[in-house]
Design a protein around this ligand. Structure first.
Ligand code: DGT
Ligand code: CA
Ligand code: CA
Ligand code: ZN
Length: 593
């Protein structure tokens, strides 16, 4: 069944192709629909199945015509009008527009002028210097295309965590219901909460492989089977590949450890074991100290199976046991990236990671005052309903990178602050009056002294000039962080996963400046951003910086994004004290002051 993300993807493609075809107005309608479909909290395909047309049209931005296309897509797997457009403009538009600076209009032009349909075509044309010959293009654009083609290729095949994880949860729910399944867990990058996912790995412990695999490939949600064998099967659910591996319960912990990875973590762990006369693999931890070199050596009374199960087996049933047999504390999967976790485990200095329950508020959300979908009251009530102690509204201020008329002027900011104070007084939850200011190319934010004075929270974000080199970008962000008015640096890199790489900066330098000036660095929880990310969070925290995990919600349902932000911060070794939105309201007020 088509997921919301898939439906949204079709409308984005629609919008891109229409734009490539120089159609006006309609692309915007389709993009808005795509955005709301993507963010919709329940599966829209269910409405189609139930014949609930009203529920479909109730989605913001979805009118009669778009609702009809949604129904057509869910029921038939395609949209006629889109197919016609694709036949007319046979461009791999999603791939090509992933290159920074190449939008749909450019893609359309390159198709008409040079017949470019694919990334390969585009690369060949760039290598042959054909692009700079097209009017409106130059050597600089052509070089930019050359530089970005690899990035565009690489990201094209990975899914967002926010799309893959809900599916993984469904898979687990389904497997748990199978009688023959004794244990099951996700593994791979999804268990490590990596921000993008190649495929979803799941692991089952059972004594009846056949029964489990048969039921798995027969699951309702499976769109097609890729392969299946005695101990594994791979299927497609929508556009996401799910790999199931089946092992005996006695080896479940070893397999879980192995298939969780990362590969780098596993390589370091294996070397750590070898240094201690131990062998670690997907079947267990084995004591091989008594065994001479050679793959057929056999410890007496031990398991043997080719060269893999060799020596005395010390562990394998549980993952905790695996690490324990190596003299190590168990490590949360988010830490398994080979950035010092094995050493910290050995030394007993693993971080006491932040938990979802530690979060007491959010500092960055939007209302209909700028580009959000809801009123101040609705957003505040939703935050209150989650049990938060405090909640910050931070609508867009006008400025570079913000569509004209969408951001608030200084006068409007003062008006909004007044309204926020009223909503604050009417609700138990502490409501912070904030703004999302725009960091210009030099690191300045353009707010009046009066607005700065009236506001509780200033989130400063970059929305333009995202192609600066590392030095300029670092200086710019440091400048913003040093500004005494700025409380939080929003989505520091400005990256959009699978779409644009954003600013490259030195996270340690930025972290030092943030620490010195009491400015928090944001982990933006939107699954398309996850900005900062694990390694940058770790560097910033090591430099003494505080982190704010914000949802950047544009409607109540996306306050749920906090889940992605928390796990991303955990990938950066964040403890509760490092994250200002775990703090008591008084401590937060003091930090913001
Ligand atoms: P992905 O799917 O690209 O997002 O990343 P992973 O980490 O899920 O990678 P995947 O699906 O290829 O394999 C799942 C896990 O299996 C991986 O994290 C570690 C383990 N693994 C796979 N191949 C190897 C290998 O050649 N050596 C080692 N040590 N581990 C491996
Ligand atoms: Ca995987
Ligand atoms: Ca896999
Ligand atoms: Zn925002």
């Amino acid at each position: 069944m088509a997921t919301n993300a898939e439906i949204a993807g079709r409308f984005e493609e629609f919008a891109d192709l229409l734009e490539a075809d120089d159609v006006e107005y309609k692309p915007r309608t389709y993009r808005r629909a795509a955005e709301n479909v993507r963010a919709h909290p329940s599966p829209i395909a269910d409405y189609v199945e139930a014949g609930d047309r009203d529920a479909i049209e109730d989605i913001d931005g979805v009118g009669d015509a778009i609702a009809t296309k949604i129904v057509e897509y869910v029921e038939t797997g395609s949209i006629d009008e889109l197919e016609e457009l694709q036949a007319e403009l046979p461009i791999d538009i999603a791939d090509i527009t992933r290159i920074e600076g190449v939008g749909p209009k450019t893609a359309g032009k390159l198709y008409h002028e040079l017949g470019i349909e694919t990334l390969d075509d585009l690369e060949a044309a760039a290598e042959a210097n054909e692009i700079q010959e097209v009017s409106g293009f130059g050597p600089k654009t052509e070089q930019n295309i050359r530089d970005n083609i690899e990035f565009a290729r690489e990201v094209g095949t990975r899914q967002l965590l926010g799309e893959a994880r809900p599916l993984a949860d469904d898979v687990l729910g389904f497997l748990e219901g199978i009688q023959e399944v004794e244990r099951c867990e996700v593994a791979g990058s999804i268990r490590r909460w990596r921000e993008t996912i190649g495929d979803v790995d799941v692991l089952v412990g059972t004594n009846d492989n056949e029964a489990v695999i048969e039921q798995f490939v027969g699951w309702d949600s499976v769109d097609s089977e890729i392969e299946s064998g005695p101990a594994k099967a791979s299927v497609l659910v929508g556009e996401i590949r799910v790999d199931l591996r089946v092992v005996v319960p006695d080896e479940f912990g070893a397999a879980l450890q192995y298939f969780t990875g990362s590969k780098d973590h596993n390589v370091s762990l294996r070397n750590y074991a070898i240094d201690r006369g131990l062998k670690v693999n997907e079947y267990g931890v084995f004591d091989v100290s008594e065994i001479d070199a050679g793959p057929d050596g056999d410890g007496s009374g031990s398991a043997t199976d080719g060269s893999q199960r060799i020596g005395d087996r010390l562990a394998g049933e549980t993952e905790e046991g695996m690490y324990e047999a190596l003299g190590l504390d168990w490590m949360p999967p988010e830490l398994r990236t080979d950035r010092g976790e094995i050493g910290a485990s050995e030394a007993g200095t693993l971080p006491d990671l932040l938990m979802r329950e530690d979060i007491r508020g959010d500092f960055h959300s939007h209302t209909e005052w700028s580009d959000g979908n809801n009123t101040i009251e609705e957003m505040v009530e939703a935050a209150d309903g989650r049990g938060y102690d405090y909640f910050g509204l931070a609508d867009h201020a006008e400025g570079p990178g913000i569509v004209g008329g969408m951001g608030l002027s200084d006068t409007e900011i003062l008006e909004q602050v007044e309204q926020i104070r009223e909503v604050d007084a009417a609700n138990d939850i502490d409501v912070f009056a904030g703004i999302e200011a725009n960091v210009d190319a030099d690191g300045e934010i353009g707010l009046s002294a009066e607005a700065i004075d009236a506001l509780d929270v200033i989130v400063a974000s970059t929305h333009s000039a995202l192609d600066q080199d590392t030095e300029r970008a670092t200086n710019r962000l440091v400048r913003a962080v040093e500004n005494p008015a700025v409380d939080v640096l929003g989505h520091p890199s400005g990256r959009l996963l699978n779409e644009r790489s954003g600013l490259d900066f030195d996270a340690t330098t930025l972290g030092e400046a943030a620490a010195a000036h009491d400015t928090a660095l944001e982990v933006n929880s939107n699954p398309r951003r996850l900005d900062l990310w694990g390694s940058a969070v770790q560097a910033a925290i090591n430099a003494g910086a505080k982190i704010a995990i914000n949802t950047d919600a544009h409607q109540p349902s996306t306050l749920e994004f906090m889940r992605w932000g928390v796990h991303t911060a955990r990938r950066g070794w964040a403890e509760p004290g490092d994250v200002i939105n775990t703090w008591e309201p008084e401590a937060v007020r003091e930090f913001l002051h």
